[in-house]
Design a protein around this ligand. Structure first.
Ligand code: PLP
Length: 481
């Protein structure tokens, strides 16, 4: 655009309004801008209108001061370009997880293994045998795709996967306990993040909650005296995101299974996170495994696909043949059905568990939870090296010892020793840094401890180290006066 005639007359609102560039001239400028080559005309048009309208409104609503030079055409076009670019940018975008929370629900919980991603892409771009039995040339069921694998890995007689674990719990309660009482310990009436409360799900399923025991202590006799002809289910819920410590008592799943058998009432455990590996073998605290719950005699076990399992969002139900048969026939399954892309990712994730050593390396969630400290330290050193190369006096950084968390309502009390890079910028608060780094693309989100911005390298992927350094560099250049 030419710079001529750019400045409009001072202190003359009418003149300023008249001199605003026309919609056409701005559309032309946008069409010539190579940075906007991909922008559809409709997006450009509405951005031009929005920006010009806003400027017009602003001019009408205030009296410009005598020395106001008015807004230049270039400045208007820059605003329009920003509008277009932000309209074109995807809303779901890459965030570098420097929080040290491995299963971070707000950041998408688990990231997938290479194999799971590849399988998902293949299932997305081609037709598949999703519901087609290739051997017999007849209609098949999507639920058969992972059933055998789940049974093999957990020891269950039958299994299915649905949209998520909240759905799995709802489906199971609706199937076995609609209109009947579900006996649950008061210590297990939990709320999981994202408004999932056991009592509310129970109410939605039409089951009647029968609380027993107290918050910290529930005994076998509490269950026994609650069981009647109205009992539809004995339910155990993993307390997930909190721990009850001190003077506590709870009834083990084995005892519950025995009581259930005696009374002819099915027993279900909602494991929440659910894991197929015994984390105590890797130096972490013990989490009950799905295999143990199945072996303890639970008729139904439910757990998430994207928490400690490290797969896609899904709810997995493993259980005894007769109960699973009823669950599979419930029409609700249609509303909760698992999507084919999820199914592809879930299958690959489950397959990896056949070789646990390889699962620990290839499933990112498992790797991040158990990786050697030396790996984390190496990334921290690389980051401080790159930050040092920025060569800006305002920037200081150092490696500190800290603790990461498992997240996702799993292993709530566990602290994982980690290394963080503490980054400070002169005259910029940690909160301001945090805000500034979130505006970068990819966005960087870390954590603030004692007024210092920390990058926890446990959850940062190797190729993201450079991206963090670039983001800090851009933040510095954006804030230079
Ligand atoms: C997380 C959790 C759920 C919900 O699982 P989603 O996969 O998020 O739907 C249910 N129950 C427990 C105990 C949980 O921890």
């Amino acid at each position: 655009m030419s710079g001529k005639n750019d400045q409009v007359l001072p202190n003359d609102r009418q003149a300023q309004l008249r001199r605003l560039p026309s919609v056409e001239s701005m559309l032309e400028a946008a069409a010539e801008d190579p940075q906007l080559a991909d922008a559809p005309r409709s997006v450009v048009k509405s951005a031009v209108r929005r920006v010009l309208d806003a400027i017009r409104k602003d001019l009408v609503s205030r009296t410009p001061p005598a020395d106001d030079p008015g807004i230049s055409k270039q400045a208007i076009f820059r605003q329009i370009r920003n509008e277009i670019q932000s309209a074109m940018a995807e809303n779901l975008t890459h965030v570098i997880n420097a929080t040290g929370v491995v299963v971070h629900t707000n950041l998408g919980r688990s990231i997938l293994s290479q194999k799971a991603m590849a399988h998902m892409t293949a299932a997305a771009g081609r037709y598949s045998n999703l519901e087609f039995n290739l051997a017999e040339g007849r209609r098949g069921s999507r639920y058969e795709i992972v059933e055998d694998l789940i049974c093999e890995l957990t020891g269950a007689e039958a299994a299915m996967a649905v949209n998520n674990n909240a759905g799995a719990v709802l489906l199971c309660l609706d199937t076995v306990a609609r209109g009947r009482e579900v006996v649950v310990s008061r210590g297990e009436l939990v709320e999981i993040g994202g408004a999932f409360r056991i009592p509310d799900v129970m109410a939605k399923s039409g089951a009647i909650l029968r609380e027993v025991g107290t918050t910290n202590r529930t005994h076998r006799r509490d269950y026994e005296s609650a069981i009647s002809e109205n009992t539809g289910l004995l339910l155990k819920v993993h307390t997930s995101n909190y721990g009850i410590v001190g003077f506590t008592a709870s009834v083990g799943l084995k005892d519950m299974a025995q009581m259930g058998k005696q009374a002819g009432v099915p027993v279900m455990e909602d494991l929440g996170s659910g894991t197929l590996v015994d984390f105590s073998r890797y130096g972490l605290s013990r989490e009950p495994t799905v295999q143990e719950s199945v072996a303890a005699g639970a008729d139904i076990v439910t757990f998430s696909g994207d928490k400690l399992l490290g797969g896609p969002q899904a709810g997995i139900i493993a259980g005894s043949g007769p109960v699973m048969e009823k669950i599979k026939k419930n029409p609700l399954t249609r509303a909760l059905r698992i999507d084919k892309l999820t199914l592809a990712a879930l299958e690959s994730t489950l397959r990896a568990y056949r070789d646990e050593a390889s699962a620990m390396q290839t499933i990112p969630t498992l790797y991040m939870l158990t990786c050697p400290l030396a790996d984390i330290r190496e990334k921290a050193k690389r980051l401080t090296g790159l930050l040092g190369q920025i060569n800006d006096d305002r920037l200081t950084c150092r490696i500190i010892d800290s603790a990461s968390r498992a997240g996702g309502g799993s292993l709530p009390l566990l602290e994982l020793p980690t290394r963080c890079v503490a980054i400070s910028i002169k005259d910029m608060s940690a909160a301001r840094m945090d805000q500034g780094l979130r505006q970068q693309r990819p966005a960087v989100t870390g954590r603030i401890e004692s007024d210092t911005f920390l990058v926890d390298l446990r959850t940062v992927l190797s190729d993201e180290v450079e991206m963090i350094s670039r983001a800090v560099n851009l933040l510095l250049s954006g804030s230079s006066s």
